[in-house]
Design a protein around this ligand. Structure first.
Ligand SMILES: Cc1cc2nc3c(=O)[nH]c(=O)nc-3n(C[C@H](O)[C@H](O)[C@H](O)COP(=O)(O)O)c2cc1C
Length: 185
């Protein structure tokens, strides 16, 4: 069986982001069971139909990464109980058809969602809104299990390094579940 390819989208640009660290842990947990690659999107411009065509190079690059992937794993904080604006901007770009012949790249794409936050809810509201958005775009969201890491600072050391002492088993379960989800045919 071919190894599945998973691309990670991190919903935070913070240098020491807990969500980026969570994604790195997911990569470790998957080990050699999957290929894992980060989608970097800080260079994606704000969506404006004035610059939609010709497609900006950053958007073209990311669409190719997504087309080549079997699944997407989103790791995102919530900002004010929703997904961060830059993540919405990326999804707005990806929601547009590639050309007259080719539909948008999120359609039928399997997606897993995880999130870490400093709050009690561990991104639950932001995740729910993300599910609504991605479902509208006909993505195949894996609704269960989704991973929430509440009070992430309590699972990090004084240098901000995330150790996930409580959440690691749940990350392992989600990784295995996502591999199965990708295999479901
Ligand atoms: C603009 C903004 C809004 C935030 N809103 C929430 C929120 O609604 N719920 C929550 O639990 N944490 C919220 N936080 C705190 C984040 O959980 C915390 O900053 C977390 O570390 C962000 O994830 P990161 O480490 O991956 O950047 C907010 C942070 C920012 C900067």
């Amino acid at each position: 069986m071919n190894k599945k390819k998973i691309v990670a989208i991190v919903g935070s640009f913070r240098r020491d982001s807990f969500n980026r660290q969570l994604a790195q842990k997911a990569q470790e947990v998957l080990g050699d069971r999957a290929e894992f690659e980060f989608i970097e999107y800080a260079d994606v411009p704000n969506m404006s139909q004035d610059i939609e065509f010709p497609t900006p190079e950053s958007v073209r690059r990311i669409r190719e990464q997504i087309k080549a992937a079997d699944g997407i794993w989103i790791f995102s904080p919530e900002y004010n109980h929703s997904y961060p604006g830059h993540l919405k901007n990326l999804i707005d770009w990806l929601s547009r058809p590639v050309s007259k012949e080719e539909r948008q790249v999120l359609s039928r794409k399997p997606i897993a969602i995880s999130g870490a936050s400093n709050g009690l809810g561990g991104t639950v509201t932001g995740q729910d809104l993300l599910v609504m958005l991605l479902s509208m775009l006909n993505a195949d969201v894996m609704n269960f299990p989704r991973l929430r890491v509440p009070n992430a600072q309590d699972q990090a050391d004084e240098n901000g390094v995330l150790h996930l002492k409580d959440s690691l088993p749940y990350l392992e379960k989600q990784a295995t579940a996502f591999l199965k989800y990708l295999d479901r045919g």
